[in-house]
Design a protein around this ligand. Structure first.
Ligand code: SAH
Ligand code: SF4
Length: 475
């Protein structure tokens, strides 16, 4: 198949070659500088899986330069924070952590401190770093991920601070090395950017317009992941349902799913995030007929009230949303549905918030990601009148969580005594000889087992449901 992705340009082979030349030069510099143990890098990622996937590509490039990775900041010669701009809280944490590096850097003068990701695409953030964090050596935005070698080379040679935050056409860099944190649960970006401009959201401003990877690139990477032992592949994009729009090929998102489903191997397919406005019956029918697609749909509705949805510029109504869920359940009766919600959008009244509560009761979600509205620089909602005090929004937020906990507890009870296939993911946080597995519907179950089971599919019978926490036994 030969595909030209019209409005989805890729970084030229010459440019990729130029970057690899910088990698070679850096390798020599680092070998001389750290002859014994080699250079160490600490990379911390905030925010969504899109950022996690970017970090894997940045780490891939660092590994080629000779870096090994450490979880201890103080041990690192290169510290990188890949940042998130979606809510103020995430930004505050980044500034807090960068502030905490000052004494570390005073002790270790040649440590390189770098910041990248969505926050860096915002002018006011860049200004603040220039002004108040003089010990940060390198700042780059979401459009410069493949240029890490060139940028780091400049820092290593010049000693000057380097800022690279310009917006480009968003050329997609294919063929970057990828350093994957896990070898059985893997991320596969299929598109970048967003065209939706939901009125509260900063993503379209910091990630640029929608660009899709060519289908043959996606399929080639999927094959590679399967050969590496992937048991679960999650397709990533801000709005995966827009995959392939503006491209000369005719592979839309459902077609892409089917192509991956048809690849041989013992793996499951997940995807996120799906936007209700572009979620079609074709997609739901495809999910239903593809045996490798997990029975899980993450479909953020944000608000259950039509006026608020309109102000949010979401492009669907409460009725449209319920219609989609009904259709999904008619073709996949066991589908698990999760969602994102914003509480306290500017101008939202108590009655309108109650529409969100009633939608939750009606749909009965498996789980919810709930956020209090956070005003973001440059977005339309930032300048909307907002009369509800934060303390009141917090009360609504708690009320919503309580409702969801009751629903989740009922759902957990209904799972008692039943057996589920889970992908064993990790030890439990307590590391008490127990493991955590995730069902097809994205529900965690803890059980006793040996760590050698991590990365395998196992059958677990649910024996205990304590509120919304499930535990079970291996069958
Ligand atoms: N592209 C995804 C969402 C990406 S952001 C989608 O459209 O579903 C993840 C979630 O963060 C959003 O679904 C929304 O619930 C929340 N969010 C985004 N901007 C926010 C803001 N300004 N304040 C509070 N929550 C926000
Ligand atoms: Fe933000 Fe809306 Fe785009 Fe999601 S679809 S990233 S919420 S603008």
């Amino acid at each position: 198949m030969s595909v030209i992705s019209d409005k989805n340009p890729v970084v030229s082979p010459e440019e990729m070659r130029r970057q690899r030349e910088y990698t070679e030069k850096i390798k020599v510099i680092l070998q001389a500088k750290y002859p014994l143990e080699g250079p160490k890098a600490f990379v911390h990622t905030y925010g969504c899986q899109g950022n996690v996937a970017d970090s894997e590509r940045i780490k891939g490039q660092l590994a080629e330069m000779g870096y090994s990775f450490t979880d201890v900041r103080e041990e690192a010669d290169f510290v990188l924070f890949n940042t998130c701009a979606v809510r103020e809280h995430a930004e505050d944490r980044v500034f807090g952590n960068v502030g905490a590096l000052k004494p570390v850097k005073n002790e270790k003068k040649d440590m390189i401190i770098a910041l990248c990701g969505c926050m860096m695409q915002q002018k006011h953030v860049e200004e603040r770093i220039k002004r108040s964090y003089p010990y940060v050596n390198l700042v780059f935005g979401t459009f410069a991920i493949h240029r890490v070698p060139e940028l780091l080379y400049k820092v290593l040679r010049g000693g000057k601070r380097v800022f690279e935050t310009g917006e480009t056409n968003g050329e997609i860099a294919e063929g970057l090395p990828v350093y994957r944190d896990r070898d059985f649960k893997m991320w596969l970006p299929i598109m970048y950017g967003c065209n939706n401009f939901c009125s509260y959201c900063v993503v379209p401003y910091v990630r640029g317009r929608e660009r899709s990877r060519a289908p043959e690139e996606v399929i080639a990477e999927a094959k590679e992941l399967i050969s590496l032992g992937a048991k679960e592949i999650t397709l990533l994009g801000q709005n995966v349902n827009s995959y392939g729009k503006n491209c000369s090929h005719n592979v839309n998102f459902p077609k892409l799913i089917r192509m991956i489903n048809d690849l041989p191997g013992d793996f499951k397919i997940r995807f996120m995030t799906s936007h209700p406005k572009d979620c079609t019956k074709e997609l739901l029918d495809t999910m239903a007929s593809c045996e490798k697609v997990a029975r899980h749909l993450h479909l953020p509705f944000q608000s259950g009230n039509n006026r608020v949805l309109k102000e949010m510029n979401r492009g669907y109504t409460r009725e449209d949303y319920i219609g989609l869920i009904e259709y999904a359940r008619s073709v996949m009766p066991d589908i698990s549905v999760t969602s994102d919600i914003i509480v306290g959008f500017p101008g939202e009244t108590r009655e309108e918030f109650e529409d969100t509560l009633s939608l939750i009761k009606e749909v009965r979600f498996t789980s919810l990601f709930t956020f209090i509205f956070s005003p973001r620089e440059g977005t339309r909602a930032k300048n909307m009148e907002d009369n509800v005090p934060y303390s009141e929004k917090s009360r609504w937020f708690t009320e919503l969580l309580k409702l969801q906990e009751t629903i989740a507890a009922e759902r957990c009870k209904s799972m008692l005594g039943k057996t589920y296939e889970v992908l064993v993911e990790s030890e439990t946080k307590e590391k008490d000889g127990r493991l955590t597995g995730r069902t097809d519907g994205n529900i965690n179950i803890d059980f006793e087992g040996d760590i050698s089971l991590i990365g395998q599919y196992k059958k677990v019978r649910v024996t205990n449901a304590l509120n919304w926490i499930l535990s079970g036994e291996l069958e």
